[in-house]
Design a protein around this ligand. Sequence first.
Ligand SMILES: [Ca+2]
Ligand SMILES: [Ca+2]
Ligand SMILES: [Ca+2]
Ligand SMILES: [Ca+2]
Length: 490
Amino acid sequence: MLKNTLYPWMTGLALMLGLSGTLSAQYTPAQVQALEQAKRAKLQAGQNTPKSDKNIQPEQDCPDAITICQDVYVQTFSYSGTGYIPNEINPAISCLDGGEQNDVWYIFTALNSGILNFTITPLNPADDYDWAVFDLTGHSCPEIYVDPSLQVACNFSAIPGPTGANNDTTGHAQNELAIPVTAGHTFVINVSNFSATQSGYTLDFSAGTVELYDTIPPVADSAAYVCNNYGVRIYFNELISCGTIAADGSDFFATNSAGSPVAVIGAVGVECSPSHKYTNYIDVMIAGQTQNETITVGVKEGSDGNSIGDKCLNMMTSMSISALVGPQPVVNLGEDLKLCPVDLYYPVLDAGVSDAVYSWYHNGVSLPDSTQSYQPSSPGQYSVIVFRDITSDPCVLSDTLNVDIAMDYCIDNMPNAFSPNGDGYNDILLNGVDVAIVNRWGQTMFVGNTGWDGTVNGENASNGTYYAIVKFYNSGGELITLKYPVTLVR
Ligand SMILES: [Ca+2]
Ligand SMILES: [Ca+2]
Ligand SMILES: [Ca+2]
Ligand SMILES: [Ca+2]
């Protein structure tokens, strides 16, 4: 009932008093008392908060507060509901006795010490807005709920129309004194619409002396060679808006010491993520260099239609910053190895990058070796992870190679005949291979890896067909027995 009857009454009152949206109304104590009673009743009945949380916006939660970048905000459509985080303000320790009410958050860090002076003016003069200011310096948003010392000013007056921290306090309980703030301190302002209407408001900071935001584009402070995003890491004097960084690197161009262009192949806002909109530094990725090279990076309009901008989207128009970039380290174990089980020989694997810490793995199991090269002794998957501490972001490089053993890889090369006649040519069969030689009746002629010389117990074996039996483990760890015929001809 209150919801239905209060607005016409308030609107009538506003008309009777000749209110405009910009003037503070003067109410008699009795009128103020009536307004306060109505507000308390409404609060108790829970009638002011829309039941539906349609049109929830991220800025309705303190962690995603709107960064103040202008003196006047004209909001033609009021916020509804309390955002994704509904209970950020504790009625028990804040003057906002309803907690969050159809609210939105603003944030700023004072650039100088000065006076914060603001007024919220509802576009409908009958609307009752409330607000609170919290000093978040050295604190996080969730602490607002538990730490009453963070609230520096607050107003929950039921008097409709303009309200703020604006010194217009004489006879106006809806206003507070303007707020002195210290340079470098970060504040959040909660703007709450108790009336739950959709008419909008203006939020005007222009009467204050504190600088809430800057109008100066970012400046590159320093640059360094980085390894993982191979190229140049650029540090800025203020936070960069992640949304202004084109992933293709087109916001930047680079030259070497001879002034020749160096291809920029990407850019990464290192601290950017779905939950982080700003970063202090950007990795500008460049084409691989083969020697030490001084790379100078400049800024331009990228494929995203802008250059690089700060939190208030002040865009850079120029930059020239250099770093000495080393040759690009590349770890490459080479092509997969396909080895023949006969005359089996494992090549040494070489990580290809020196002065690093190496971790070798066989089929995902760590190996004890920690040198640049590794001598495999069985088939399977070999990996190396190279940790190289040459830049402020030690690079982690890796490569993997498969070692496979199969007859397919050597069938054409298998010796299937030999002539042990002492002429020095083809006198030994399968030297260096673990092999057993049997005759047609299965009698063993030879076992070993030094090769068969065609004798048995010092006697020449006769010409004819024998069988070589070679056993080996394939890549799957399976023991394979291969038996194939060989011919002895003297
Ligand atoms: Ca919220
Ligand atoms: Ca109010
Ligand atoms: Ca700036
Ligand atoms: Ca851009």
